[in-house]
Design a protein around this ligand. Sequence first.
Ligand code: PLP
Length: 347
Amino acid sequence: MLKTLQELTRPNIWRLKPYSSARDEYNGAAASVFLDANENPYNLPHNRYPDPMQRDLKKALSKIKKVNPENIFLGNGSDEAIDLVFRAFCEPRVDNVVAIDPTYGMYQVCAEINDVEYRKVLLDENFQFSADRLLEAADGHTKLIFICSPNNPTGNDLLRGEIEKLVRGFDGLVILDEAYNDFSEAPSFLEELGRYPNLIVLQTFSKAWGCAAIRLGMAFASAEIIGILSKIKYPYNVNELTQKQALEMLHRYYEIERWIKTLKEAREELEAEFMQLPCCVRIFPSDANFFLARVTDAVAIYNFLVGKGIIVRNRNSVSLCGNCLRVTVGTRVENEKLIEALKSFPQ
Ligand SMILES: *Cc1c(COP(=O)(O)O)cnc(C)c1O
């Protein structure tokens, strides 16, 4: 039986009356004289506080994502949403969370910052998870389960049937990180949001949208869950420059589609060349804009590449990723430089 949102939320957060900013208390458009927020009247347009609820941006996003604005939370990167779910739902030193392993490192870091036990369940040799094994790791104090598809650093989509089974079988909240879904053939779970009141889907402007610099992450969930996250966020968590730039990107949707297509083609070419290298042991199948490769000596090859000014991600010390490098797909020129450098690695 699914727990109620009140049962899942920390009591102090459930009771919390949020800070009400000047722009929360008056947000009508008709006014022309704003003397309520102690702003400086000069230095337009940077002098004004941004919209704390990012209404215009959510409205535009709502059309593209086909999700109502009340089901959208926007934050300073997805990392903000990850931190907020701990702060909203997990009582420090009492509650715990479960996650697949290996996966994105921020879930564990946020758990540790918030003093919440983090339980890892190893993926299998195909980098897939079993819903039953994650559910077995959970107990009465498990508030959240984290999964990531396509997964970082392994690059593969998780099995849809297992994700559905997990969300149906868990009485707490499932956080599904879709940071790389734009690159995958698998449909996003956003379409399923209405069927799963305990699902939170994370997406970001940092990858396919090419906007890592502006720091904008999205969480999609029931209006009740979004209400709780919005209640505890910093009042002006997404700055005006970010909101403007994101709106502009939403008008250039066609360009993003082209980038995605180019990057997927380039990934296949890069994988094919990588596979021919004497230092390559194997390449794991990817549904993202990067791939994981097992090499003869990850540390030596990583250092060799650094010496040539080329940086990849050394995942050698991550579970199941011994001697693995994670390679992001770059421009064709960058990819060619990587291959040329690796061809000169002395075996
Ligand atoms: C890159 C990445 C993110 C994005 O984080 P931002 O804070 O939005 O830049 C989220 N999740 C995963 C798995 C990632 O790899």
